[in-house]
Design a protein around this ligand. Structure first.
Ligand code: DNO
Length: 355
């Protein structure tokens, strides 16, 4: 396991590389060219520039989150091959820059979804929360304006305003795309990109759907154990793998995360660790990483990763806003640094205890 933190780039993040470097045990960042829209080819110079900034700060790029997949690929429209070609060119250039991990998702229209980006918790911290009963009463336009209103002026990952401005067209593209079609389009995409992943030894790590059920009637297919295993079954190429995101899979309390980790052994290329507090069916908020603060057993999760021989990058995921910090919701420094320290502590104890 290699502890990392997500960093959105100096023009977008309130947290600097210098501060990240001071978090004990953090050796790398998970980053991206944040301004790029799905479908754009990444320029060599831009990749080199990002890499230089990170390395000048004494860190390494441990992976890219995300190279986003264009909706033409997800819907399987007539022009998808051109978009896949563009994606392959980006992968090639990342590989040439020695970047060996790419996280992506296959969620239609919306990436991860929350209904409150600053819910006040009893200790005065704020956190992101989800309430399905609220989603059931609003339409997708309300959803985008809710995120925009609450994001404190930051662009939220996966919620690019340029793309979501065309929400009606986006929804129209998905007409007729059910779960099965979406899965077939995912299979097609994976089969086309595997050769370039082989050539440059790039691990592709799909991010599970968050929450792990359909929102606004759109299909979602990366939601739990069976589906993840079906997904892995698309290719026996070891580069074809997953991002084990505890917070996304954990939205469904039926998902037994340690069991999922064991089932995916060898194909977990990246991990996101975060704890949720379930308050009612379809209703949860993001807790501190500490097991006792939420509904999840973070020790059991870290132990399962350890026992599966996980040796990829892991990052603390969304944090609460604490100590007056103003940041992109979920991505302040303080609570994620506490999370990294705690996860490192669990890992050290598990490692020493297993010797
Ligand atoms: C949110 C993130 C997601 C994730 C993408 C991966 O904070 O977990 O936006 O990066 O779904 O492609």
């Amino acid at each position: 396991m290699r502890m990392t933190m997500r960093w959105f780039g100096k023009d977008y993040d309130s947290v600097s590389l210098e501060w990240i470097r001071q978090v004990p045990g953090v050796t790398g960042v998970i980053t991206t060219l944040y301004g790029k829209l799905p479908g754009e080819v990444w320029e060599r110079e831009a990749i080199a520039g990002l890499k230089k900034q990170v390395e000048d700060a004494g860190l390494v790029i441990a992976g890219i989150e995300s190279v986003n997949v264009h909706d033409a690929i997800k819907t399987g429209s007539a022009d998808r091959d051109a978009y896949i070609d563009a994606y392959i060119t980006t992968l090639e250039r990342l590989g040439q820059a020695d970047i060996r991990l790419v996280c992506y998702n296959f969620m239609p229209v919306f990436d991860w979804t929350r209904t409150d980006l600053a819910k006040v918790r009893p200790d005065g911290s704020t956190t992101m929360a989800y309430d399905q009963s609220l989603i059931d009463t609003i339409n997708p336009d309300d959803m985008t304006s809710l995120i925009e209103r609450q994001s404190r002026g930051f662009v939220m990952a996966g919620w690019e305003p340029e793309r979501l401005a065309k929400l009606k067209d986006l929804f129209a593209m998905y007409r007729g795309v059910d779960e099965e079609r979406l899965f077939e389009n995912l299979r097609y995409f994976i089969q086309r990109i595997m050769p370039v992943c082989d050539k440059y030894d790039i691990n592709m790590a799909i991010h599970p759907d968050d929450p792990s059920w359909s929102v606004f009637g759109l299909p979602r297919i990366v939601t739990g154990r069976e589906r993840l295993l079906r997904f892995i079954g698309i290719s026996d190429n070891v580069h074809h793998g997953v991002t084990l995101c505890t917070g996304s899979l954990g939205t469904n309390p039926q998902n037994d995360i340690p069991a999922i980790i064991a089932a995916l052994k060898g194909r977990i290329h990246f991990a996101h660790a975060r704890n949720l507090l379930h308050t009612a069916p379809g209703k949860f908020e993001e807790a501190a990483h500490l097991s006792a603060d939420g509904s999840m057993d973070m020790y059991a999760i870290m132990k399962a990763l350890h026992d599966a021989g996980f040796d990829g990058p892991i990052r603390p995921d969304h944090g609460r806003a604490i100590w007056g910090e103003v940041s992109m919701p979920g991505y302040g420094l303080y609570d994620r640094a506490l999370g990294a320290a705690y996860l490192n502590g669990l890992w050290e104890a598990i490692e020493k205890g297993s010797r």
